[in-house]
Design a protein around this ligand. Structure first.
Ligand code: NDP
Length: 501
């Protein structure tokens, strides 16, 4: 049966998920839709493979993950072309994305033993006769559910770390980017052909829901806040722990001592890269009074030069999800109806499947364009009295993912005050490729961290071991203690902890 489908959106035909390019409609691939039994089978195979993978130890996994990293680097243009064919993302932007992903595979492979491996930790005086040991053991199978907007770096930000920690992975890619997901799995199987350590299941949201209920040890979810709630509810049924990377509405603050050219360049790139379909994309800018006019002029000068189209060399590609066009249009219309002005673009910028750059000013703070995730190549810029007002407004939305600050003297202090998981000073988005730093949000943007040491620890269970190394001087934890022992213990405790400093 051939279902009626929205042009540019994937559809299911004869049990196959058909993925197409949103700009041209050209087919990018067909993949069998997994049933709940298929999901269970994939998890079971992964569980078996995971035992072998865990048994390789950190060194064995590192060697294989570095071979995978090398293959990804060698085939980076092939991968970027596929991202371009399937999601419409300009190839140069897909290369930038793949570089960050490769960096994460490299770092997680090289650092997993140091962060997660067995180590001795210090004992405390009251239990001095015991040594203390800590290690992080794999969950077995980790389920990863990913979005379409960054189909390489977003899933790999979880997958690489989960694998390095010794887990097998079952991955459910977005229905909009199954071909890229399949390519990643196939490339891994080329360097690790022995067992299906990294499995994939294709399909729509119900396949993701089946993965949540499949008995995996943990679910790492990246996607919208609305779906994050459903994933958490499904995982709650089996107490499956979750890592939530959800939506954002990131702000940039431009202070009075900012380099305005750099700030405008970063606002335009940070806001409009990937046609604005970026979880950590800049969607709102707060520029202080003395620099506001010059900043807006510089942003418009740059944004109006950007090329929009399906070509590999275009700056801005199509909107990947057709339904998003209505949201973008609604945000622009609402902003203008409520007193905002478009200093570049406007309602006429929405020309499906494209949206041309649109810069909005004087938009009320309670409008949809300021409070909801727009996910299009639009920016709101607001004039503020000073950095304090900028911080207050930046923090006044339920999201708290990333953000950016341009300035000199106060920049670090402002960055600290932003209610978000990450801040970039005098740049935008740069923290995503910094594999030594954790990545994740607060509030409606989710919880838990991918990347860096915290990202590795998300994919291991802390295992604590104490070991006796001598007789107890203060035998508290035994029924064989005497009243004299208890007196001595009380004396020691008062001596150790009875002081106020
Ligand atoms: P969605 O929430 O629509 O989908 C995310 C994934 O969840 C998809 O694979 C989807 O499958 C799957 N899914 C849908 N319903 C369910 C369900 N009931 N149970 C389990 N899984 C389900 O997000 P998008 O794909 O549209 O991605 C865009 C969003 O992702 C934006 O909000 C963006 O900000 C956010 N994002 C966050 C990032 C971060 O690191 N914080 C990074 C990148 C994006 P299907 O596609 O088949 O419906």
């Amino acid at each position: 049966m051939t279902a009626v489908h929205t042009p540019g959106a994937p559809w299911v035909e004869d049990g196959q998920l058909v993925s197409t390019n949103p700009a041209t409609g050209a087919e990018a691939g067909r993949f069998p839709v997994a049933s709940a039994d298929d999901v269970a089978g994939a998890v079971e195979r992964a569980r078996e493979a995971g035992r072998w993978w865990a048994g390789l130890g950190f060194a064995g996994r590192k060697a294989r993950l570095l071979r995978w990293r090398a293959l990804l680097a060698q085939q980076i243009t092939e991968l970027a072309d596929l991202v371009n064919r399937e999601s419409g993302k300009p190839a140069a932007e897909a290369i930038v994305e793949a570089i960050a992903a490769i960096e994460h595979v490299d770092w997680s492979a090289r650092n997993a033993r140091r962060v997660l491996g067995p180590r001795k930790v210090r004992s405390r005086p009251v239990l001095a006769e015991f040594s203390a040991h800590l290690e992080y053991q794999p969950f077995g199978v980790v389920g990863v559910i990913g979005p379409w907007n960054y189909p390489v770096v977003t899933p790999l930000g979880s997958i690489a770390y989960a694998l390095a920690a010794g887990n097998a992975v079952v991955y459910k890619p977005s229905e909009y980017t199954p071909a890229v997901g399949q390519w990643l799995v196939d490339s891994f199987a080329r360097v690790v052909p022995e067992h299906p350590v990294f499995e994939i299941v294709h399909g729509l949201g119900d396949v993701g829901a089946a993965l949540c209920r499949s008995g995996v040890g943990k679910v790492a979810f990246t996607g919208s806040t609305a779906t994050a709630r459903k994933v958490m509810a499904a995982c709650a049924e089996t107490l499956t722990p979750v890592l939530m990377e959800a939506g954002g509405k990131d702000a940039m603050i431009v202070d009075s001592d900012a380099d305005l050219d750099r700030a405008a360049e970063a606002a335009v790139w940070g806001g409009l890269t990937n046609a604005g379909q970026t979880c950590i994309g800049i969607e709102r800018v707060y520029a202080v009074e003395p620099v506001y006019d010059a900043f807006v002029t510089k942003v418009v000068e740059r944004a109006e030069k950007l090329t929009v189209g399906a070509g590999k060399g275009a700056d801005i590609g199509p909107i990947t999800m057709p339904a998003q066009l209505d949201i973008i249009r609604r945000h622009i219309d609402d902003a203008l109806a409520r007193g905002g002005r478009a200093v570049l673009g406007g309602p006429e910028s929405v020309q499906p499947p494209y949206v041309k750059p649109t810069i909005l000013v004087d938009v009320p703070e309670d409008s949809a364009a300021v409070r909801e995730e727009t996910f299009g190549p639009t920016l709101t810029i607001r004039r503020v009295r000073d950095a304090d007002e900028a911080v207050e407004l930046a923090n006044a939305v339920p999201y708290g993912l990333g953000g950016s600050v341009f300035g000199r003297r106060r920049a670090v202090a402002i960055a600290r005050r932003l209610r978000s998981g990450m801040s970039a000073i005098n740049s935008a988005l740069t923290f995503v490729g910094m594999s030594t730093l954790p990545f994740g949000g607060v509030g409606d943007s989710g919880f838990g961290r991918i990347h860096g040491e915290d990202g590795l620890r998300e994919f291991g269970r802390a295992k604590a071991i104490t070991q006796r190394r001598g007789p107890s001087v203060l035998p508290a934890q035994t029924f064989e203690r005497t009243p004299k022992d208890v007196d001595r213990i009380v004396k020691v405790v008062k001596l150790l902890y009875g002081r106020t400093r």
